[in-house]
Design a protein around this ligand. Structure first.
Ligand SMILES: Nc1ncnc2c1ncn2[C@@H]1O[C@H](COP(=O)(O)OP(=O)(O)O)[C@@H](O)[C@H]1O
Ligand SMILES: Cc1ncc(COP(=O)(O)O)c(C=O)c1O
Ligand SMILES: [Mg+2]
Length: 276
């Protein structure tokens, strides 16, 4: 069997728990071949861990996408895109490719930062990315923004948001209640346009979870590339990221990354599902 190839269009997190580093580590865990078109570089101030985000020149992104498409990715994932122009390029990359799957992780804020990366980006994501998305993977905050419903606090509101995001073109929607929803379990809501499924694991420590969202979306993409259905892909990805979070580790006084290889090397966490 030939190796499945996956392109991530994403930013670099120098600390390497999130961003394209999380994507590549996760793709590797699934024995898929990861490639990167880099959008931006994130460096952290060692004194405060404040994030410094520098987008790369658009011509450089264009060259990388051209290279990667010539290699023929089976699936494409997006992460931090940063500007409206980059969002448009990511959409065009998928349209120009022969990839069968497009997973959109609509990164709007990094954990520990409360500043939205760029407010105009939400409209661009709705316009350019949702209509193409095989699966979109917003966290609770991002789902509130993409649906226009604002702050979401209940499963009912998550269902409403998922329906709006689906109407805006995303074929499958998974809203990560995970760290933000008040509950003693980690709950995510999946919607395929017909049915809602609640995905549940135990809730583990949340201090060392940097990169959880990127890892979840990357695992979803790898599972799709390997032939799982969207529903099966998000269930498998949730088990993968739950193990990674349970075995997250303290990097310094500010942050701790998930352990990307925990599912394969340490412990497999079970996911339960329920139609709601
Ligand atoms: N403390 C936790 N224990 C178990 N699973 C979690 C925990 N926090 C988040 N998750 C899960 O990790 C995935 C990523 O969610 P989240 O951290 O909310 O995303 P993001 O990093 O994009 O904000 C989701 O499947 C979510 O349910
Ligand atoms: C380059 C990059 N992409 C994405 C993210 C989002 O990370 P998470 O998986 O924690 O949502 C971050 C956060 O620091 C980042 O630096
Ligand atoms: Mg995220």
């Amino acid at each position: 069997m030939s190796l499945k190839k996956i392109l991530t269009i994403a930013g670099s997190d120098t600390s390497a728990g999130a961003g394209m580093q999380a994507d590549l580590k996760t793709f590797q865990e699934y024995n898929t071949y990861g490639m990167v078109a880099l959008t931006a570089v994130v460096a952290m101030d060692p004194e405060t861990w404040g994030h410094d985000v520098t987008p790369l020149p658009i011509e450089l992104l264009d060259k990388q996408i051209k290279t990667a498409l010539s290699i023929g990715p089976d699936a494409i994932k997006t992460g931090m895109l940063g500007t409206e122009e980059i969002i448009q390029r990511a959409a065009k990359a998928f349209e120009d490719s022969d990839a069968a799957y497009f997973v959109v992780d609509p990164v709007m804020v990094c954990k520990g930062e409360d500043e939205v990366l760029n407010p105009g980006n939400t409209d661009a994501m709705i316009k350019y990315l949702l209509p193409l998305a095989t699966i979109v993977t917003p966290n609770l905050f991002e789902a509130g923004q993409l649906s226009g419903l604002g702050k979401l606090t209940t499963i009912e509101q998550m269902k409403e948001a998922a329906e709006i995001i689906h109407q805006r073109g995303a074929k499958h929607v998974i809203i990560k209640g995970g760290k933000a929803l008040e509950s003693d379990k980690a709950l995510d809501l999946y919607y395929d346009g017909d049915n809602y499924t609640l995905l549940t694991t135990d809730k583990f420590q949340s201090s060392y979870n940097h990169g959880a969202g990127c890892t979840f979306a990357a695992a979803t993409t790898a599972n799709l590339a390997l032939g799982k259905s969207p529903r099966e892909a998000v269930i498998a990805a949730k088990g993968f990221v739950a193990s990674a979070i349970k075995h997250g580790w303290k990097m310094n006084e500010f942050v701790g990354p998930v352990q990307h290889g925990a599912y394969n090397n340490v412990e497999k966490i079970e996911v339960t599902t329920k139609e709601v």
